[in-house]
Design a binder for this molecule. Structure first.
Ligand SMILES: NC(=O)c1ccc[n+]([C@@H]2O[C@H](COP(=O)([O-])OP(=O)(O)OC[C@H]3O[C@@H](n4cnc5c(N)ncnc54)[C@H](OP(=O)(O)O)[C@@H]3O)[C@@H](O)[C@H]2O)c1
Length: 274
């Protein structure tokens, strides 16, 4: 039987690279998109587009009716980056990050679990190194990816009796549109700094812009993450987590997790230039 995989957020970046790779490997790929031009582009790759906004119950219900009864894989990839100094981030923007990256992820899993159970399929959640170490200026995004780690830990055990495996892929910086989108999004929502704080926050915003620009240019190609997703789907005994990062970044992440908090904070403050 043809192995079907559904990928959310398949219109660009990691989702698109994954859809392309899986289609090349002979999977029947269903790609969640929100724009007609993305749907057309997917068709050209042999991927079946599905209009799916993961925050809309109606979309999820319709998509669940459209996919085959037995689903080999569900790649929960749709996500947004909401960043900025926490004092300046309106709660509405923070809420949106949680709405898409956490509740949207859980809603997606809930919607397609009957299909996955039928085929003892796998769930691949798109985490991040931001779910392992919360860097300053990435607070809302990191909070959402930490929450995803918690969901994965709980789901992995809860779904064990059904033979449905749950795997987290944790990329470092990847060269996708998310960085540019995050900068543009922040320009729209960040509150002006309170009087007297302009110097510090001005410096932070400059650092944030540089990090985003560098990541967009020098991040890993999304195809590297797509390969990790393939491994997560196909390995006879998949790991709970696949960290996908430049070796230096992977070492840095693991080191930051081990360092005493006071030392880690000092390193971060130096990085921010404060
Ligand atoms: N790039 C990185 O450095 C990096 C690192 C670690 C983890 N990740 C994670 O990888 C995943 C993919 O990100 P990416 O880097 O490939 O960025 P991207 O190119 O911006 O892709 C994000 C995708 O998610 C979709 N999306 C956003 N909100 C959605 C919603 N409410 N419902 C359905 N789809 C929605 C977007 O669709 P539209 O185009 O319609 O908005 C887009 O297709 C995210 O979960 C991200 O957190 C990325």
């Amino acid at each position: 039987m043809e192995r079907a995989v559904l990928i959310t957020g398949a219109g660009s970046g990691i989702g698109l690279a994954t859809a392309r790779l899986l289609a090349e490997r002979g999977y029947r790929v269903l790609g969640g998109v929100r724009k007609a031009e993305d749907a057309e582009a997917l068709k050209g790759l042999g991927v079946e587009p599905l209009f799916l906004d993961v925050t809309r119950e109606e979309d999820l219900r319709r998509a669940a009716e459209a996919v085959p009864a037995g689903l080999f894989g569900l790649v929960v990839n749709a996500g947004i980056a909401v960043a900025g100094p926490l004092e300046l981030v309106p709660l509405s923007a923070f809420r949106e990050a949680l709405e898409v990256n956490v509740l949207g992820a859980l809603a997606t899993v809930q919607a397609f679990l009957p299909h996955l159970r039928a085929a003892k399929g796998r769930v691949v959640l798109m985490g991040s190194v931001s779910g392992l170490v919360a860097l300053p200026l990435m607070g809302p995004y990191a909070a959402s990816k930490f929450a995803l780690e918690a969901l994965a830990d709980a789901l992995r055990v809860e779904l064990r009796p059904f033979g449905v495996r749950v795997v987290l892929v944790e990329p470092g910086s990847v060269a996708t549109p998310i960085w540019e989108r995050s900068l543009r999004r922040a320009e729209g929502y960040l509150k002006p700094p309170p009087p007297g704080t302009e110097g510090v926050y001005g410096r932070y915003l400059e650092v944030a812009r540089k990090v985003a620009e560098r990541s967009a240019k020098r991040g890993l190609p999304p195809e590297r993450v797509a390969e990790a997703v393939l491994k997560a789907l196909e390995s006879p005994s998949p790991k709970a987590r696949y960290l996908v990062a430049h070796p230096g970044r992977a070492r840095e992440t693991l080191l930051l997790r081990l360092l005493p908090t006071s030392l880690r904070d000092r390193l971060m403050a130096r990085f921010l230039g404060v």
